[in-house]
Design a protein around this ligand. Structure first.
Ligand code: F3S
Length: 373
């Protein structure tokens, strides 16, 4: 892989962190036949919950010295930084999680603690970025038209410190062409969960039979990326690059329908984190009715701060709104037996990560379940 003089110097730097970061980028680049590095405008780092990274991850992070070169944000932590006690998080976990966050702060990373960094600061069309967090990657590539590969957590951190990432894969326009046409019927999050495996290594070109709001596209992408490895899709008439390539001739159909049985003792929304529009929609669907079941919503502190009136109204109806974390990365949800979600990604990960049963419903069904008990 071609390196500029300045990049070669970084690879030889006395600063161990900078040297290691360059080594990571060069290794990834060479494995993927990247011709060079490309400058990025932002990085988003995953692997933040202490529950996910454990002691080894924490030690590695604490060994780092340096500062990020581009605006960088982080994924959700294992708890709400303010309401961690209300979530049932132990003091020991709190302390360890805070150590993780202090490292990121020292490195100059913004503690956004969200998987929807695009609601905070939206990259521009065509910009090169280095994002980890599979749901945000698919959103950035597909819905915004920014360019990122599926970066691993340490790779995104290395890219943030160097300010560059290897130029290959989805950074190159011709690699962004759709490979299969997919007609989707029914629930999009469920369709993403069902289709993930079949659409592995594909860039689907979706055709819908109805108008689709932005949040449903977000749920579709997140589910596809979780049950498969999708990093990008096109949606006819919607996403910014849908007209740039030929429509693939191979066609399949997916029906988004998930049947599940358990009776939920917790209902959660916010995987990926909710937008202000989703908070509004939930409030509208509640129609002033109080919830009878535990009903938790996850979002970023920034979104809930900007929507404080909505959050107040939701809380007055018995809904709990948590920031900085989510139902999957926080150990707080593992004390429940059956969790209801409207997210194909959470449906995929909750049984694996929290050893709970899951049941699925669209947003309206989740709200009705919370109200009617
Ligand atoms: Fe976000 Fe957690 Fe889902 S990090 S995408 S809410 S698993």
């Amino acid at each position: 892989m071609y390196l500029t003089k300045e990049e070669e110097k970084m690879l030889d730097s006395d600063n161990e962190t900078l040297r290691k970061c360059m080594e990571i980028l060069v290794a990834v680049g060479e494995t993927n036949d990247a011709e060079r590095l490309v400058e990025i405008t932002s990085a988003h780092i995953s692997g933040v919950s202490y529950d996910n990274i454990g002691e080894a991850g924490l030690e590695w992070l604490e060994s780092l010295e340096g500062k990020v070169k581009v605006p960088a944000t982080v994924n959700p932590a294992g708890m709400d930084l303010k309401k961690w006690m209300e979530m049932g998080i132990s003091e020991d976990f709190y302390e360890k999680q805070m150590r993780v966050l202090r490292v990121f702060e020292k490195l100059g990373v913004e503690l956004a603690l969200t998987c929807t960094p695009y609601y905070l600061s939206r990259p521009k069309y065509g910009e090169h970025i280095a994002w980890a967090e599979s749901s945000a990657i698919v959103y950035a590539n597909s819905i915004i038209g920014a360019r990122t590969n599926r970066e691993c957590g340490p790779c995104a951190l290395a890219a943030a410190i160097v300010g560059k990432t290897p130029y290959y894969g989805l950074h190159v326009k011709e690699n962004r062409a759709p490979t299969i046409t997919v007609k989707i019927k029914g629930d999009l999050a469920a369709a993403g969960y069902i289709g993930g495996e079949e659409l592995k290594n594909e860039i689907p070109y979706f055709v819908f039979d109805r108008e689709v709001p932005e949040y449903e596209l977000k749920l579709l992408g997140a589910a596809l990326a979780a049950s498969g490895n999708t990093a990008m899709f096109h949606a006819e008439g919607i996403t910014p690059e849908w007209k740039d390539f030929e429509k693939p001739s191979e066609k399949i159909e997916i029906v988004g329908e998930l049947r599940t049985e358990c009776e939920p003792d917790l209902i959660t929304i916010g995987c990926p984190h909710t937008s202000k529009e989703e908070l509004e929609l939930i409030l509208k669907l509640l129609k002033g009715r109080k919830v009878r079941k535990e009903f938790w919503i996850f979002t970023s502190r920034k979104i809930s701060g900007e929507s404080s009136d909505l959050v107040e109204k939701l809380e007055s109806l018995g809904v709990k709104v948590f920031n900085d974390t989510c139902m999957v990365v926080s150990p707080a949800t593992q004390r429940f037996e059956c969790i209801m979600v409207n997210s194909g990604k959470a449906f995929n990960y909750l049984p694996l990560m929290r050893k709970v049963e899951v049941t699925f419903g669209d947003l309206k069904t989740c709200v009705e379940k919370a109200v009617k008990g």
